[in-house]
Design a protein around this ligand. Structure first.
Ligand code: DGY
Length: 320
């Protein structure tokens, strides 16, 4: 049994494969494999451990219908044609839960960085502009006691709600498909309409999956409904916000600031206006990028590979 792995994963993943007696080929070169090359590699292997979701479309699953399992090194699977995988009898696995805390921490880091204008002030020092400051200068705003509006109160959103309500005494509003009874009971979270969430929140943080319903969910219309003092945070998927309209909203100070860990497309071009704006902060999709979390993701992905190759149900399945 042989697995193809399209990027270098944490060492623990390779170790687990060795212990299970599974051979693997790893693509270690800098240029990312194109779709055709990935298909060629997959044809010579029984399973595919994929870092990233590019190219996992209906044609791929048809061409590679011999694969016993495709294990994603991510929780998200919005780029994968799950229906086609299922139709070709290929189980798909992901890495749920293990990245909740790291991603929530990333959202928090963006919230704090934007609220305290940390990146802008850092750049100011670099430009030699740290002069005699006035008490009225360089002010941000407190998060403590403010209202956090969470769009998509699932596993990651709930983790952020916990930190913010328990450590900062923030009030939690949320907009979701259903009620999150536990968050309501334990954190006092309140389910509200999208309009109420936008109108009342000091920070709006997006934690929904990218689906046809959430694609482009945040544009000028939504930014105009937010407080002009509010911050928009997206650590979910770049496709959930309309970038042009966000740029315009920030330029016209329709909202106070934005923090993004996800963009559309990724990677973001170095000429993107958001990178020059004083009220925007962009990270290169590092939500799960901690040593501990990536080790756990690698472990989950390999556990899915081992189960799939043994013909067992995947521990972390995605197919319905
Ligand atoms: C995930 O796991 O889905 C992260 O966003 C990385 O893609």
């Amino acid at each position: 049994m042989k697995v193809f792995i399209n990027k270098i994963i944490p060492e623990i993943g390779f170790k687990l494969l060795e212990e299970a007696g599974i051979e693997f080929t790893v693509w270690k070169e800098k240029p990312i494999l194109d779709r055709g090359q990935a298909i060629q590699f997959c044809k010579g292997h029984d399973a595919f451990l994929s870092v990233g979701q590019a190219g996992l479309d209906a044609d791929f699953f048809k061409e590679c219908n011999h694969l016993k399992v495709v294990a994603l090194h991510s929780v998200g699977f919005d780029g994968v044609d799950i229906k086609a995988a299922t139709a070709n009898g290929i189980p798909i696995g992901n890495t749920p839960n293990v990245l909740n805390k790291a991603t929530a921490e990333t959202a928090l880091l963006l919230m704090l960085t934007v609220a305290r204008r940390a990146l802008f002030l850092h750049k100011k020092i670099k430009k030699g502009q740290w002069g005699a400051s006035q008490p009225t200068q360089d002010l941000g705003f407190d998060l403590a006691g403010k209202t956090l509006g969470i769009v998509g109160l699932g596993r990651i959103g709930t983790e952020l709600a916990k930190i913010c309500s328990q450590s900062w005494g923030m009030k939690i509003l949320y907009h979701n498909r259903g009620v999150n009874a536990q968050a309501e009971q334990e954190l006092g979270a309140k389910l509200v309409s999208m309009d109420e969430l936008l109108a009342k929140s000091d920070v709006v943080s997006v934690h929904t999956a990218l689906t046809p319903e959430t694609k482009g969910m945040f544009g000028m219309e939504q930014f105009k409904k937010m407080k002009s003092s509010a911050i928009f945070i997206n650590t979910a998927r770049g496709g959930v916000h309309k970038e042009d309209e966000l740029i315009e909203a920030l330029k016209k100070q329709v909202i106070w600031g934005a923090g993004l860990d996800v963009t559309n497309p990724e990677p973001m071009s170095k000429d993107n206006p958001l990178l020059e704006m004083d009220n925007a902060v962009v990270f290169p999709h590092i939500g799960s990028a901690t040593k501990e979390t990536r080790d756990k993701m690698s472990t989950c992905a390999v556990e899915n590979i081992i189960a799939g190759l043994n013909g067992d149900p995947l521990p972390y399945p995605v197919n319905p």
